[in-house]
Design a binder for this molecule. Structure first.
Ligand code: SAH
Ligand code: SF4
Ligand code: F3S
Length: 434
């Protein structure tokens, strides 16, 4: 049937979806290639979350079209969030043979077959049931240490700035039994860490099993593995989840808790369902139960009508929490979202940029301070492999998800190693074997 090359953009859920797509295509007789020059089918799994993400992918589609013209018979397909958002318009360019939205991947073998007869194919139907729960993903990461497990799809939150509910459809949870089974299969295959993925993992529910119960079930089914999860929503992360984390040593001490803004006025306009005080209460609760838990966040600079005072509220919240790390973005208006329909995108690009730079500078200091507090501590680290800069050093992450580097030629990827922090940079803990 031919060789398939897939390039993946966007969030971890897209990485997990690419693995499902490889499994579906593998079953239909396709094989995987990492060399685009060998590919009979070139797929790009896309992201729509910000305009710059889409622009970059458009550039890649232009590139793929050059391959496609040079090698007649090669098919180019667009998967994921841009496929869902842009639909038929992607075919109108004549550069694409197949468009498949996030819930259409089971049909890919049929779509590719039909497209090879010269008729462009599209399936962007969203589903209320599809979770790909029965499909064993074909893992694409090379070191075989850490695996993603998708536990739910879609999102019901409709934050006003966000395109995800439109590109991923309604929220649905995967059968908990298939999740536990997949974690066990990862353990048998030698993986040492699994990350449970969803846009809002705290609203996971399959019958009697909510997210706290699911976490406990997975942690107890694979006691030798580390468990991570992402993403938590401040309004939904429950005491039961925090207590389950605290009760299981193999659940990592790291919560990614996107705050988006420190201003109550902005949070309300963003349709986030918590306040600044509510967010700080959750942070206090996390720290009272797990003093060593890292907290990271996402933030948006320059959302509609944001004032200097709103911006200062974000800075002061960052200062108050002392985040260990953050993903920081300028607001990018997404067509069709509530914010695009209701509020003018009225903060100038210069101001957005200046505010973002302010947040980045502050977070750089907070990351360094957080790392400095770790100097002298000993951590258990899961080895990922040799450090990129120095082959005599290994690198890996501690439970808090901080990158550690230390001189070591005795261990290898997948080992758990005790290291003591001697020094740090803003991004890395510099360690020695304990
Ligand atoms: N489900 C996750 C986030 C998914 S999108 C959650 O609710 O936390 C990842 C991040 O992209 C968001 O947390 C937000 O910070 C950012 N983001 C989403 N839409 C955006 C937009 N229109 N402009 C800029 N950043 C955006
Ligand atoms: Fe987007 Fe909000 Fe859903 Fe996250 S919770 S994916 S930000 S709508
Ligand atoms: Fe992007 Fe879609 Fe993920 S918009 S962030 S790939 S859910």
């Amino acid at each position: 049937m031919g060789k398939v090359y897939i390039e993946t953009y966007g969030c971890q859920m897209n990485v997990a979806d690419t693995e499902v797509v490889f499994a579906i295509l593998g079953k239909a007789g396709f094989s995987r290639t990492e060399d685009i020059a060998q590919a009979d089918v070139i797929l790009v799994n896309t992201c729509s979350v910000r305009d710059n993400a889409e622009q970059r992918i458009r550039g890649r589609i232009e590139q793929f079209n050059i391959w496609r013209k040079a090698r007649p018979g090669v098919l180019v397909g667009v998967l994921g969030c841009m496929a869902e958002r842009l639909k038929e318009s992607l075919l109108e360019s004549g550069k694409v043979d197949v468009v498949a939205g996030p819930d259409a991947y089971r049909n890919l073998p049929i779509l590719l077959g039909a497209a090879s007869d010269g008729h462009p194919q599209i399936d962007v139907l969203l589903s209320r049931e599809e979770t790909y729960g029965d499909i064993a993903p074909l893992r694409v990461d090379k070191n075989g240490v850490s695996a993603f497990i998708s536990i739910m799809r879609g999102c019901n939150n409709v934050c006003s700035y966000c395109v995800v509910p439109y590109t991923r459809g309604a929220e649905r949870s995967r059968d908990w039994r298939t999740i536990v089974r997949e974690a066990c299969e990862c353990a048998q295959a030698g993986y040492k860490e699994v990350t449970l993925l969803g846009q809002n993992v705290d609203s996971y529910r399959d019958g009697e099993v909510g997210f706290a119960r699911l976490l406990a079930l997975v942690a107890e089914a694979v006691p030798g593995l580390r468990i991570r999860f992402s993403t938590s929503n401040p309004q939904d992360i429950s005491d039961a989840v925090l207590e389950t984390m605290a009760a299981h040593a193999n659940i990592c001490r790291h919560i990614h808790l996107p705050v988006q803004s420190g201003s109550d006025r902005m949070l309300e306009k963003m349709r986030r369902r918590y306040t600044r005080a509510g967010y700080l209460e959750r942070v206090a609760k996390i720290r009272s139960l797990m003093p060593d838990c890292a907290i990271t966040t996402d933030v948006i600079a320059g959302f509609c009508s944001e004032t200097e005072e709103d911006h200062r509220d974000t800075l002061s919240l960052f200062e108050a929490v002392g985040f260990d790390a953050a993903f920081m973005f300028q607001y990018s208006e997404r067509p069709g979202t509530l914010a695009a329909r209701k509020y003018p995108d009225d903060v100038s690009p210069e101001v957005k940029n200046r505010r973002l730079e302010g947040i980045i500078a502050l977070q750089n200091r907070l990351s360094l301070e957080s790392n400095r507090r770790d100097v002298g501590k000993t951590f258990c680290v899961l080895v990922e492999g040799p450090s990129k800069r120095d082959p005599d050093r290994l690198c890996g992450r501690n439970s808090q998800n901080k990158m550690c580097v230390w001189p070591d030629t005795a261990h290898r990827a997948g080992d758990f190693v005790e290291v003591t922090v001697e020094d740090c940079t803003q991004a890395t803990l510099l360690c020695k074997l304990a």
